[in-house]
Ligand binder design. Structure first.
Ligand code: FAD
Length: 366
């Protein structure tokens, strides 16, 4: 029976990042992935690397991770583009919170500044008239997540990680994990299977949160920053059955990605025309020009969502030698590299860079 220092189940961006980090520490790593590498939620994502400041633990993990992303800033396949994030206010009352947001981000070492209405239109001329202003986080970037996941796995394999592609873990065993071909891998297991986490660890609740995205033909220069409405966090962190928010991204190709929607309790992968319409109407309200553009493709994906919105990162105490890295909802691309660092630090018994307590999987078992 093959034996490893870490068996990573799932090669989305989170599992791939953990495998790369562990292999980089000299651990003997196995990676099990039944589908395409970076093909789950990772393939559906927008790839916006963004600091959300409304939860201190989420901000700490994002900050750790955003610094680690700088490593990929010059890697062509990552399609890293430092377009910055421009948060936009429709109502004057939305601007009231901007100073506090700027201060929270500054305390985390992330530079942001308020933007007045005139500057808003200088930065993004296609925004609808009558907006009040917003906030610019100039250092933030976008990437192409599936390619980065593939790259991370490749780096892990260059460090002797062994990939079991086309294989699925069907059970955790006393000594490791059993695969769907009946073989067993021996060693500590890291479950990084995103939405599928409860199939192997039913004790840890996870909901899938469906999202839609649209990508347009190429319209270079029309949109320059990742644009988000200031109310976006209400959609991302709220518990509504369904919600939409203005969230538009310029791809380095000149294409424009339009999001975002969130739905609980929907298992169907198919595009929902009413939800798509609702999402697009929201985007058109902020950027009417988008209405004229030719859409190329529409797709959906499912965000892995824990009950408290924070990912599970750490040991799953009830089972010896069992670790978890899953449940990153809409921030798993941003926080994958920080997750990998935090996980491997705990695995090796080192002092973690940030307090791991808020992400401890066992918080759900109390
Ligand atoms: C529409 C949308 C937009 C998003 N936009 C952003 C964004 O702009 N920025 C951001 O930071 N995040 C974004 N996200 C969130 C981000 O995509 C996810 O948080 C992240 O991809 C989760 O990565 P993961 O590796 O945990 O899961 P996944 O990518 O789903 O990977 C899990 C892997 O586990 C594998 N697996 C499942 N079962 C088993 C098993 N039994 N054995 C072995 N392997 C198994 C699956 O095949 C899959 O490859 C978005 C998500 C969606 C849906």
């Amino acid at each position: 029976m093959a034996s490893y220092d870490l068996i990573v189940l799932g090669a989305g961006i989170v599992g791939a990042a953990c495998a790369e980090r562990a292999a980089g520490e000299g651990l003997r790593v196995a990676v099990v992935e039944p589908g395409p590498v970076g093909g789950g939620a990772t393939a559906a994502a927008m790839g916006h690397l963004v600091a959300m400041d409304d939860d201190p633990a989420e901000l700490a993990l994002s900050r750790l991770s955003l610094r680690l992303w700088e490593r990929f800033a010059d890697l062509p396949l990552a399609e890293f583009s430092r377009c910055g994030t421009l948060w936009v206010a429709r109502e004057p009352r939305e601007l009231d919170g901007v100073a506090a947001k700027v201060a929270r981000l500054a305390a985390a070492g992330i530079e942001a500044r308020p933007v007045g209405a005139d500057e808003l239109y200088a930065l993004e001329p296609y925004l609808t008239p009558g907006l009040c202003g917003g906030m610019l986080v100039a250092g933030e970037a976008v990437v192409y997540p599936p390619r980065v996941a593939q790259h991370l796995l490749q780096l892990a394999c260059e460090r002797q990680a062994q990939a079991f592609l086309g294989r699925r873990a069907v059970a955790l065993t006393a000594h490791g994990a059993r695969l769907d071909d009946g073989s067993e891998l021996r060693g500590p297991v890291l479950v990084a299977t995103g939405c599928a986490l409860p199939e192997l660890l039913p004790q840890l609740p996870m909901r899938s949160r469906k999202g839609h995205l649209v990508i347009t033909e190429r319209y270079p220069g029309r949109i320059r920053h990742q644009l988000l409405e200031l109310g976006y966090a209400d959609s991302a962190h709220g518990d509504a059955d369904s919600s939409v928010a203005f969230n538009v991204q310029p791809r380095p190709t000149g294409q424009i990605l339009i999001g975002s929607s969130r739905e609980f309790g929907v298992e169907e992968r198919a595009v929902s025309p009413p939800m798509l319409r609702r999402m697009l109407e929201r985007a058109f309200a902020f950027v009417p020009m988008l209405r004229e553009l030719q859409a190329l493709r529409v797709w959906t994906g499912f965000r892995p969502c824990t009950p408290d919105g924070l990912p599970y990162i750490g040991a799953f105490a009830p089972r010896p030698h069992t670790w978890v890295a899953a449940g990153h909802e809409g921030l798993g691309v941003t926080t994958a590299l920080g997750t990998a660092q935090l996980l491997v630090e705990q695995l090796l018994g080192r002092a973690p860079a940030i307090d791991p307590a808020p992400y401890a999987p066992t918080r759900m078992l109390r």
